[in-house]
Structures are given as C-alpha cells and as structure tokens.
Design a protein around this ligand. Structure first.
Ligand SMILES: NC(=O)C1=CN([C@@H]2O[C@H](COP(=O)(O)OP(=O)(O)OC[C@H]3O[C@@H](n4cnc5c(N)ncnc54)[C@H](OP(=O)(O)O)[C@@H]3O)[C@@H](O)[C@H]2O)C=CC1
Ligand SMILES: O=C(O)C1=N[C@H](C(=O)O)C[C@H](O)C1
Length: 250
C-alpha cells in the first residue's frame, strides 16, 4: 500500500528532486506533478502534497491544500514567523490537517542553526552572512530568516543583539533585530555563516550545502511524518526532537 503525493513546483530544481525521491521510494507514489501552468485541483487526487514553488505563490498553495484537507509539506522559502502566524489564523479550526514547513531540509544546516541559537545567548554581537547560487530569487534566505528569528527568541531577557548603525543599508537587512547579509553568486550552492562577537573573541558557525543530495533524507523524513502531523509544525528540528535543546531564554 503506497501513499500518493502531489508535487507542486514539479518542474523546478527542488520539485524535480522531490518527484525523483517519491518515484524511487517503496512507500510513496507520484500522483501529480504540478507546474506553473497546471491546476492546483490536481493535488486532490493525492493523499499528501509537497510545495516547492516560489515565496509569492506558496501561501495560496498551502491555503488550497488545507481548505481541501490535503496535508502538505512546504519547502518553499518565505515563511517568516509573521507568515506562519497568518496561516495559523487562516487554518483556525481545521487543525486536523497537517502542515509541515521546513526552511532547510539539510541535517547539517539544522544543527548549525541550533548551535548558533545556543551560542547567541552568550554574545553581544550576532550577524548572519548567507550565500546562494545565482538563480535564487529571494533574499534573505528562508534559513537565515528562521535562524535570526530563533536567535532573538532564545536571547529572551538578554534582549536584542547589539547591531550598531543598523540603519545604514550596508549593515544588511535587519531580521528580528539580527543583521543579515545576502550574497547571490556563481560558484556556490548554499552557505550560511553566523558570526558571534564578544569581549576579545569571535565564534563563527558555518554550514555549506555542496549539492542538493543534502536535502534528500530530510525530505523523506518530513514526508513520512506528515500523515501523523496535526496543525502547523515549523522546522526539521521539531521532527528530529532537537527543538527543546539549548534554546532557553534563561
Ligand atoms: N527547504 C529547503 O531545504 C530548500 C528550499 N528551497 C526553496 O524551494 C523553493 C524552490 O526552489 P527551486 O526548486 O530551486 O526553484 P526553481 O526556480 O527551480 O523552481 C520553482 C518552481 O516553481 C514553480 N512555480 C511557480 N509558480 C507556480 C505556480 N503558481 N504553481 C505551480 N508551480 C509554480 C515553477 O514552475 P514552472 O517551471 O512550471 O514555471 C518552478 O519550476 C525556493 O523557495 C527555495 O528557496 C530550495 C532548496 C532547499
Ligand atoms: O534556494 C535555495 O537554494 C535554498 N533555499 C532555502 C532557503 O531560502 O533557505 C534553503 C537552502 O538555503 C537552499
């Protein structure tokens, strides 16, 4: 007995990877691959859906899935805390439908963010530099936004990071009070550096994605967790049981 999956954004880099993983698996089969000229109603023939589209389109895809009772795994970036909150309001009573939003499917990236969130409680300065390939249309990356949000949340009583002269454009975009600097260039897949500064020392936590194979295990893990999920869950860390480690506001 296999579970059928519809992939929205099936012609893209990540969507085609998801299609391949589903077709190669023993427990899933591809019910529909939907591109920008397709119709979202094609997802209704599937048990589950995966969204790898673009940040502007993703909310409508997710709302359609939820409205029609199709659990959905979201890999598309752009899901800031504010956007997640809006979705939770929209979902309202429909909490029997699962929505898993994963800013980054790579295990190393999730761990790097976790380490940075833990370290950020002990340093005055925290800034993020992220670099991505030349085809990435959005900035800052979803991973950087999530990292910044978690950092500020974890600092709690310590307050926001010290980001002097942050109103100057060259100081980056302020995300939850953390300066984020985005590079879009040839020769890189995805990299994130969280640089922390304190009295007389610096700590840098860097993660490099070298190829899209880094996302494969995380996609399958999240897909398998989706039928058991109720309501909105954000982050692979939640599925790995890492979310309550180190992120204390004490
Ligand atoms: N969570 C994670 O670990 C990762 C997330 N990402 C994120 O995933 C997203 C996709 O990335 P990537 O695959 O590289 O991007 P691509 O540009 O390769 O693919 C995006 C796809 O979205 C499709 N699309 C656009 N509008 C619609 C629509 N209305 N309905 C259906 N499909 C639509 C396009 O379809 P068409 O070709 O038919 O026009 C296109 O193929 C990005 O937000 C990226 O940041 C990327 C890597 C890892
Ligand atoms: O577009 C990409 O490539 C990636 N997007 C995600 C993001 O915005 O964080 C995840 C990863 O960084 C690759």
């Amino acid at each position: 007995m296999t579970t059928s999956v519809a992939v929205i954004g099936a012609n893209g880099r990540m969507g085609s990877l998801a299609c391949r993983l589903i077709e190669q698996s023993d427990d899933f089969r591809l019910a529909a691959g939907i591109g920008s000229s397709g119709d979202l109603s094609e997802m209704l023939q599937a048990d589950l859906a995966i969204d790898f589209t673009v940040p502007e389109v993703s909310p409508a895809v997710v709302e359609y899935a939820v409205a029609h009772g199709v659990p959905i795994l979201v890999g598309t970036s752009g899901w800031s805390a504010e956007r997640v909150e809006e979705l939770e309001t929209t979902i309202g009573g429909k909490f029997s439908v699962g929505v898993i939003i994963v800013p980054n499917f790579s295990l190393g990236s999730v761990l790097a963010t976790r380490l940075a969130v833990t370290a950020a409680r002990f340093f005055d300065s925290v800034e993020i530099i992220e670099a991505h390939h030349e085809h990435k249309i959005d900035s800052p990356s979803g991973t950087a936004v999530r990292t910044a949000e978690l950092i500020t949340e974890a600092r709690g009583a310590r307050g926001p990071v010290d980001a002097p002269f942050a109103d100057q454009p060259a100081r980056g975009q302020q995300v939850a009070g953390v300066p984020v600097h985005s590079l879009r260039m040839h020769g890189v897949a995805a990299r994130q550096q969280v640089i922390l500064g304190g009295a007389g020392e610096q700590l840098m936590i860097q993660h490099d994605t070298l190829s899209a194979s880094a996302y494969e295990a995380g996609i399958m893990l999240a897909l398998r967790a989706l039928p058991k999920t109720r309501g909105v869950v954000v982050g692979l860390d939640r599925l790995l049981g890492l979310d309550d480690e180190g992120a204390s506001s004490s």
